[in-house]
Design a protein around this ligand. Sequence first.
Ligand code: GLU
Length: 485
Amino acid sequence: MSEKIRVRFAPSPTGEPHVGNIRTAIFDWLLARQTGGEFVVRIEDTDRARAVEGTVELIIEALKWLGIDWDEGPDIGGKYAPYMQSERLPLYHDAADRLVAAGRAYKCYCSTERLAAVRETRAKQNATGYDRHCRNISDDERRRMEANGETPVVRFKMPLEGATTVNDLIRGEVTFDNRLVDDFVMLKSDGFPTYHLAHLVDDHEMGITHVLRGEEWLPSVPRHLQLYRALDWQPPLFAHLPIILAPDRSKLSKRHGATSLLDYRQMGYLPHTMVNFLTLLGWSLDDKTELFTQEALVEHFSIERVSKSGAIFNNDKLDWMNGYYIREMGAEELADTLREFWQTCPPPEIPALPSRELALQIAPLVQERLKTLRDAAPLVAFLFKSDIEYDSSELIQRRMDADSTRRCLEAAYDGLAALDSFDAEPIEALLRGMVKELDVKAGQLFGSLRVATTGQRIAPPLFQSLEALGRERTLDLVRAAVERL
Ligand code: GLU
């Protein structure tokens, strides 16, 4: 038996959790759960300028909402704690010191002004990166700089020739020319490591076996592999996941709509929809299966079937999938889900959280019509209004006039008042019978009643709506409509 798979999700707390990062977390988690491995959450907070307060909590909240669990992390600890990089600084300093002592890294004293000038000159020569000035300074010069009190950064000495090859689990062999990679900074002058050093030290220290991350990191791989070599550490396996694209094939960004996972919660998508949908951004089982239970995803997921090319985020497909999962729910499950949703994101149409009993009445009314949970409240807004607003002319259906409409509504009033039980079925039987008696079209009678009782053109099925309103309220509304005619 080979060693246990250990994967990590390593977000930087620089904003709300992006769907692309969350997809990485889902892939990590699927791989760990499928293989009986371990899933680690590690917070990469060494870029202090970009850190945004409160976002660690949002990232954790997003994962929990999706039903993703982890075996080690900042909130639960674990055998490699701490899991916040800002609390692990000595480890990065040790690695940097070791490399400097071994002549594989060096302190660089160049000022920001000098670096800016270098950048400008090199840009004219079509070159990028640092010019390695401090790699070659004499010991005397170095001592002088140090005496000046300049705080150096530590740079890695990239090999000046040769090539570095990675065998990526998704992309196969990719080779980089070392001459095109500059002597990157590992340790900044504020004493914090860069991503290149920090993630690598931690992946090694934490026994990570597989690194799954976005393809934007692929160009950095030669740096990392050379760093592993210099430290004499075995690198993990790498899988660089395809970028997520908007339908116009540009990189998915805010201008295409929401990019924060928590925004999708706000918009009324179910957590399982998001897990299923995001897993299909890059991975597929075959060319047709789209709907997967969580168990099926855990069973079938494989890195080998992750594609190299960008994955398109298709909102129509997301809506379709969410509608499907909503329709799959039992009434109780939907009622509870709606209440939970309304509690987290109170809709303007509903003044207070409906009781479970009322939610149980609402669920079947709206279930067939929802793409998102957010669609529910406007459909049932009439249940919560003391004043139904509509224009009286809306009561009058096609080929009807005020008199014939009044006659219909009066008959409906009497019939509904006399019904034994005010349930949808007898209401339906009564009103359908009445259509014949009054010699009108079903659409005419039902249309007037819908406007009279809901004030909405688009509302749930009429009979169930009346049942939910209750007899007293229904009769009040019908009487008010008759008076308006
Ligand atoms: N902190 C990095 C990011 O958020 C992690 C990349 C990685 O998974 O190594 O992009």
